[in-house]
Write a protein that binds this ligand. Structure first.
Ligand code: PLP
Length: 421
C-alpha cells in the first residue's frame, strides 16, 4: 500500500508539493532498503525464521508440516518453558491479575506479584534486592548509563553480548575493551583505569557462542587488587550452573565478590520473557529512579511473572532438574568427542560443534534438519571468520534416546561431508 501510494504520488506529477516529496522519499527509502536486504542475502548472512506450530520443547512440530523434530537449539536448558506447573502458574496469574498493566511501574504498574518476584530473585541470588525489566537486553541497556559517569571507567570483555556492548555505548564512562578472557590484558587495562573514580569490570558469566565460562575467580582477584567492581551477565548460567544453580559466581565460589548480576527470565527460568538486575539495595533503588528502560517501558505482564516465580520455586525446592541437564550435557559432549568432533567449551549445555567453514556449517545444519534434528549453523559475522560452527543446546527434557539420535545424525552427516577428525 505504501509503495502504491508512493508510485501514485509520483505519477500524479505533483512534484514539489510536500505530499509528493514524501512519496518520493518513501520510494527512495524502499529502494535503499531493498538494496541493503540484497546485500545481506548476497553476503550469505540472511537469517531465516523457522515457524513452529507447537509448544517449545524437545520435540517440535513445524508449521510447514515437519513433525517429531528434535529440537537442539533453544535456551530451554531446564525444560521449564512448557512445564505443566509453570503453565498453570501463568494461567492463575493471568486470571487473578489480568493481561497486563497498561502502565510503567512507577505510574500504575506495580502489583504485589512484581514485588514478590523481585524479592524471590534477590533471595535466589543471595543479594539485597532486585529490579525487573521487560528483558535482560533492557537490563543491560539500563544499568551502565544509570551507574557510571564520565569520572568512571568500564572494562568489558571483547566478546560480551550485544546488549552489554549497547548498554556501555549509552553511558559516558571511559571505555576499555579487554581481550576475551585474557587476564593479562584485563590487568593492564585496570592499571590504566586507576586514574578514574570507579572501575567496573563487565563480563558474560558464560559466553553463548562458545559455551566457555568467564574466569571469574581471577577476575575477582584482579578487581580486588585494583579496587574495581564486578558485573556479570548470567543469561546462560542462571538456574543451572553451580551446585544449586545460582550461576557462574556459585560455580566458581565467588558469590560474595560479584557486586552486580543481570540475567534473564527468558531462558532457563521458564522461558517466557523478562530480565532483572540484582545487587546492593542502593543500586536497585537508583535504577528505579534513573534506568530508562525501566522508567519508560511497560511492567512485565502477570502471566510472565507467574511463570518465572514458579520456575524459581521449582529450582529452590530441588536441584534435580539442573543435575539431569548436566548429565545429559556430559553424555552429548563425550559421545560427540568420541565420534571425532571438536566441541568447544567445557561442561556447559551450549555445545558448539566446531567446523570452521561457513558453508559446511550451513549445509550440515540443513542435512541435520532433513534427518529431523533442528540445529543452527553460525558463521561470520556472528562468530569470527574461519570459526563457523553448529551450536547444539542440551536441555534437561531431552531423553538419552534424543541425545543418541542427535549424535547418530551428526556422525552420518559429518562422515558425508568429511567433517570428522
Ligand atoms: N545477555 C546474553 C548473554 C544473552 O544471551 C541474551 C539473549 O540472547 C541477552 C542478554 C538478552 O536477554 P533477553 O532475551 O532477556 O533480552
Amino acid at each position: 500500500m505504501w509503495r502504491a501510494a508512493a508510485v501514485r504520488g509520483l505519477r500524479a506529477g505533483v512534484a514539489g508539493t510536500p505530499r509528493s516529496a514524501s512519496a518520493a522519499a518513501g520510494l527512495q527509502l524502499r529502494q535503499r532498503l531493498e538494496s541493503e536486504l540484497e546485500d545481506i542475502r548476497g553476503a550469505g548472512t540472511w537469517k531465516n525464521e523457522r515457524i513452529i506450530a507447537s509448544r517449545q520443547g524437545p520435540h517440535l512440530r513445524l508449521a510447514d508440516g515437519g513433525a517429531g523434530i528434535l529440537n537442539f537449539c533453544a535456551n530451554n536448558y531446564l525444560g521449564l518453558s512448557s512445564h505443566p506447573e509453570v503453565i498453570r502458574a501463568a494461567v492463575e496469574a493471568l486470571e487473578k491479575f489480568g493481561a497486563g498493566l497498561s502502565s510503567v511501574r512507577f505510574i500504575c504498574g506495580t502489583q504485589s506479584i512484581h514485588k514478590d518476584l523481585e524479592e524471590k530473585i534477590a533471595r535466589f541470588h543471595q543479594r539485597e534486592d532486585a529490579i525487573l525489566y521487560a528483558s535482560c537486553f533492557d537490563a543491560n541497556a539500563g544499568i551502565f548509563e544509570a551507574l557510571l559517569t564520565p569520572e568512571d571507567a568500564v572494562l568489558s570483555d571483547e566478546l560480551n553480548h550485544a546488549s552489554i556492548i549497547d548498554g556501555i555505548r549509552l553511558c559516558k564512562a571511559n571505555k576499555y575493551r579487554y581481550k576475551h578472557m585474557d587476564m593479562q590484558d584485563l590487568e593492564a587495562k585496570l592499571q590504566d583505569a586507576q586514574k578514574h573514580r570507579l572501575r567496573l569490570v563487565a563480563t558474560d558469566g558464560a559466553f553463548s557462542m562458545d559455551g566457555d565460562i568467564a574466569p571469574l575467580r581471577e577476575i575477582c582477584q584482579l578487581a580486588q587488587k585494583y579496587d574495581a567492581l564486578v558485573f556479570i551477565d548470567e543469561c546462560h548460567a542462571t538456574g543451572f550452573l553451580g551446585p544449586n544453580g545460582r550461576g557462574t559466581d556459585e560455580l566458581l565460589g565467588v558469590m560474595d565478590k560479584v557486586t552486580i548480576i543481570n540475567s534473564t527470565l527468558g531462558k532457563a527460568l521458564g522461558g517466557a520473557a523478562g530480565g532483572y538486575t540484582t545487587g546492593p539495595k542502593p543500586l536497585i533503588d537508583l535504577l528505579r529512579q534513573r534506568s530508562r528502560p525501566y522508567l519508560f517501558s511497560n511492567s512485565l505482564p502477570p502471566a510472565v511473572v507467574g511463570c518465572a516465580a514458579k520456575a524459581l520455586d521449582l529450582l529452590m525446592e530441588s536441584n534435580a532438574i539442573a543435575q539431569s541437564m548436566a548429565a545429559k550435557t556430559q553424555r552429548f559432549r563425550s559421545m560427540m568427542t568420541a565420534a571425532g568432533f571438536t566441541i568447544s567449551g567445557k561442561d556447559h549445555p551450549i555445545c558448539p560443534v566446531m567446523l570452521g567453514d561457513a558453508r559446511l556449517a550451513a549445509v550440515m545444519a540443513e542435512d541435520m534438519l532433513n534427518r529431523g534434528i533442528y540445529v543452527i549453523g553460525f558463521s561470520y559475522p556472528v562468530v569470527p571468520k574461519g570459526k563457523a560452527r553448529i551450536r547444539v543446546q542440551i536441555s534437561a527434557v531431552h531423553s538419552d534416546e534424543d541425545i543418541d539420535r542427535c549424535v547418530e545424525a551428526f556422525t552420518e552427516v559429518g562422515r558425508k561431508h568429511g567433517a570428522l577428525r
